[in-house]
Write a protein that binds this ligand. Structure first.
Ligand code: KG4
Ligand code: ZN
Length: 351
């Protein structure tokens, strides 16, 4: 039986000197396949973005995303193998993002991964997308190891985590409503900026002044939790009020002011957590880690507080399969995550 053999092979791989994992990521609008050696070396990382397809709808259309994953995935697989210059029989295991994300999109990757693992007769590793984003840092910094504090800022999650080891963590704080990236995207939308909003808000903010105060006090002060929905609504109301009064809205000023409020909130709580938990290493993960203001503010605060800052290289900030392959390697090392062929996609995963 396939799974009996996979169990034995998985156990043997834990001590194998060189392990090559083929990883698949399709949780949103990027179809990606990577081949990663020993969790740290990228042999190939092919990312096919659907941004141009979804742009005209102002956001990701789940059904369209799934269909495009289906049509792209086989060629991406061939390209990943060819760029890594390896043959199918050199793949030791197949890893796949099974959640969190759009179920239809995830299912394309999961089903491809199951078929591949079965046909190559290798173990299948089920990886959480969130864990993948953290692992993007292991690919950027080859000496980085847990423990550390992690600020997770993506389109779907915003949290402060205490990472104790590769596979164990504690949740320190999380958003009670919108994720940071989601707030960026919604603010961009009301300003008429194209999808994906975050990078555009970042771009316009560079020419703006942080002179508008949208929220007078931190809604979650005294806790490590975040709330961005009040801020988002305040920005939307501001823009609509100005329009009603026929006053021109300065897109750069709104972007700069909004971005500054989000950044200050994220940075203040993260630095506080580092101090309270006596942790001198801070790792940032998720798409919003590409934000230039967040990066600059964190760099400053980390220097002031004697904290080492780790942020993924730009190409690994947003969704990619390389990070999934890295996370999978450390799951394999700890003997966890082996999946059977009943693996299915999950829209949400608890942090
Ligand atoms: O981690 P990610 O690629 O997907 C999820 O797992 O959710 O994050 C995507 C999010 C989007 O909301 C996007 O607008 C945001 O990351 N993002 C940014 C920047 N680049 C991407 N937000 C602010 N500034 C950026 N430069
Ligand atoms: Zn992501």
């Amino acid at each position: 039986m396939y799974f009996d053999r996979a169990e034995k092979k998985y156990e043997a791989l834990r001590t194998k000197k060189i392990v090559k994992i083929l990883a698949i990521e399709s949780s949103c609008d990027e179809t990606s396949i990577a081949i990663i050696e020993n969790g740290r070396k990228i042999l190939s990382n092919v990312v096919a973005s659907q941004i141009d397809i979804h742009k005209r709808f102002g956001g990701v259309v789940p059904e369209i995303a799934s269909r495009n994953h289906v049509s792209a995935i086989s060629n991406i697989y061939k390209e990943a193998l060819s760029l890594a210059k390896i043959k199918e029989n050199e793949i030791d295991a197949v890893a796949v993002t099974y959640g969190a994300g759009l179920v239809g999109a995830l299912l394309v990757g999961v089903n491809f991964a199951k078929s591949l693992a079965f046909s190559l007769d290798v173990p299948l590793i089920a990886v959480s997308h969130i864990k993948g984003h953290i692992a993007a840092n292991y690919l950027t910094y080859d000496k980085l190891t847990p423990p550390f504090i992690c600020l997770m800022v993506s389109g779907g999650h915003t949290a402060i985590l205490k990472i104790n080891s590769y596979n164990s963590h504690e949740l320190i704080g999380t958003t009670v409503d919108d994720a940071a990236g989601e707030a960026f995207d919604k603010v961009a939308r009301v300003l008429g900026l194209s999808y994906p909003g975050g990078p555009n808000v970042d771009k316009f903010a560079k020419e703006g002044n942080e002179n508008i105060k949208f929220v007078s006090h931190s809604p979650m002060s005294g806790t490590y939790n975040f709330s961005f929905s009040g801020l988002k609504t305040a920005v939307i109301n501001y823009v609509n009020n100005q329009k009603q009064k026929k006053i021109d809205v300065s897109v750069p000023d709104v972007c700069a002011s909004f971005q500054s409020e989000v950044t200050n909130e994220l940075v203040a709580k993260t630095i506080k957590a580092c101090k309270e938990f006596g942790e001198k290493k801070l790792v940032v993960a998720g798409g919003v880690s590409a934000n230039s203001k967040l990066k600059a503010t964190l760099e400053n605060e980390c220097i002031n507080n004697g904290i080492e800052l780790y942020m993924p290289q730009l190409s690994l900030c947003t969704d990619n399969a390389a990070m999934i392959g890295s996370a999978a390697y450390y799951m394999l090392k700890d003997g966890i995550g082996l999946a059977d062929l009943s693996l299915t996609a999950k829209a949400t995963i608890t942090l």
